[in-house]
Write a protein that binds this ligand. Structure first.
Ligand code: S3P
Length: 448
């Protein structure tokens, strides 16, 4: 829960950015790989695991449940798990730090085991709603003690036995869907999840990969129905985590904005439930080309070549939000340089991320003199020339920090974020990669 003291960081106008880069492993897949490994007897080998604050907290959590989780000398991670329903009672509260995905998925696992687990987190995580995952687990029989509004710290204890349920997910959230499915792994019988709005499907794909009996169908109303048979016989896996498209997003926008840039990002996850930003940037006029598309471990991956482009404003439809929910902060930065208005709709979920991201982005745009307006679930940005020169409050939110640093690489004046340490949550080598491409940062405050 303790963060190093805040460390301001500035990005200076840079460019051209040039080179071929590898982006660290996908965060969603990394969390799940550790969790599924912990529920599988035998060795699960993970190449390319994201070694960021959030994912390392999940590794510690799986150790607390009795799994062996080790990083080999070759950089691969090895997990020796205990089988569905086999996790052991943790001796201490589990601290998930800043990690919303980590804690919500782990609450799903914990809620289906007949012992108490207490979860804690940092100030950001302690303010985020957990009721959305607690409710289905209570329907299955779990007991919960939580702060008002279902906030951390909380304790959950599974019943013995738990009852499988059929659950219609009331919000478009892969975390909620996944928490129910992860509970379902540990419960005898069929757990059904109905998703009116499809969200990222890594849990379903990985469950199938580990050998679970899981089927997905889309009904005539367009809803996705997922049925999972509990207590599956998992077989240990060896897989490679593809590059995270949500992290790639920062490099892509930086290359689009910095004059003369030409950057290729290798082996990026291209699952269509994650690529809404790429579609949007192409609509804005981005020279963004996908090369060498291929399959890896049940997912489509490819290389992305991006060259500096003049962007124009577009309207981003609400239906696209689930496929780019984490990318709106950096899209808002791209929009600050694009000619005309960019209107982003369907942003309600963005208000309950690591920070209220609509408010945090709006404040960052204001600090950098960018014309914008916001509503409960929308944000409009009118771009062109971006002066920069502002200091942005990150509110313990890694994506706010990275987005506004990207702004600083192309704005007339440097842009400063109040705390660069928060980037460790998801992208520890963010500044190193950008510096290698030709970007300039200053840790001592904005240069004159
Ligand atoms: C995630 C789902 C999304 C996303 C988060 C990762 C996941 O959250 O914002 O960064 O790995 O399942 P929601 O499910 O709450 O939309």
């Amino acid at each position: 829960m303790n963060h190093a003291s805040p460390s301001p960081l500035s990005a200076l106008r840079s460019g051209p950015l040039k080179g071929r880069i590898r982006i660290p492993g996908d965060k969603s897949i990394s969390h799940r790989a550790l969790m599924f490994g912990a529920m599988t007897i035998g060795e699960t080998r993970i190449d390319g695991l994201l070694e960021s604050g959030d994912v390392l907290n999940t590794a510690d959590a799986m150790r607390a449940y009795g799994a062996t989780v080790e990083r080999g000398k070759d950089g691969c991670w090895h997990v020796y798990g205990l089988g569905p329903g086999g996790l052991l009672e943790p001796e201490q509260p589990i601290d998930f730090g800043n990690a919303g995905t980590g804690v919500r998925l782990c609450i799903g696992i914990a809620g289906a085991h007949p012992f108490a687990t207490t979860f804690v987190g940092d100030a950001s995580l302690s303010g985020r709603p957990m009721g959305r995952v607690l409710e289905p687990l209570m329907d299955m029989g779990a007991d919960v003690i939580a702060r008002t509004g279902g906030r951390l710290p909380l304790t959950i204890r599974g019943a013995d036995p738990m009852a499988p349920i059929s659950y219609r997910v009331p919000v478009p959230s892969a975390q909620v869907k996944s928490a129910v499915l992860l509970a379902g792994i540990n419960i005898e019988g069929t757990t059904t999840v109905i998703e009116p709005v499809a969200t990222r499907d890594h849990t379903e794909r990985m469950l199938a990969g580990f050998g679970a009996d899981i089927e997905t169908e889309v009904n005539c109303e367009g809803e996705t129905i997922i049925r999972l048979q509990g207590l599956p016989k998992f077989s240990p896996q060896a897989f490679t985590v593809p590059g995270d498209p949500s992290s790639a997003a920062f490099m892509i926008v930086a290359a689009l904005l910095a004059e003369g840039s030409d950057v290729t990002l290798e082996s990026i996850l291209l699952n269509s439930s994650r690529t809404g930003l790429f579609t949007t940037l192409q609509e804005m006029g981005a020279d963004l080309v996908i090369e060498n598309e291929r399959l890896s471990g049940g997912e489509t991956i490819g290389d992305i070549r991006v060259r500096h482009s003049e962007l124009r404003g577009v309207t981003v439809p609400a239906e696209r939000a689930p496929s780019m929910i984490d990318e709106y902060p950096v899209l808002a930065v791209a929009a600050a340089f694009a000619r005309g208005e960019t209107l982003m709709q369907g942003l309600a979920e963005m208000r309950i991320k690591e920070s209220d991201r609509v408010a945090a982005v709006a404040a960052g745009l204001a600090a950098n003199h960018v014309e914008h307006s916001e509503g409960p679930d929308w944000l409009s940005v009118t771009g062109g020339v971006c002066r920069g020169g502002g200091t942005v409050t990150t509110h313990l939110d890694h994506r706010i920090a990275m987005s506004f640093l990207v702004m600083g690489l192309a704005a007339d004046q440097p842009v400063t974020v109040d705390d660069g340490n928060v980037i460790m949550t998801s992208f520890p080598n963010f500044t190193d990669i950008l510096t290698g491409l030709g970007a300039e940062f200053s840790a001592t405050g904005a240069a004159a």
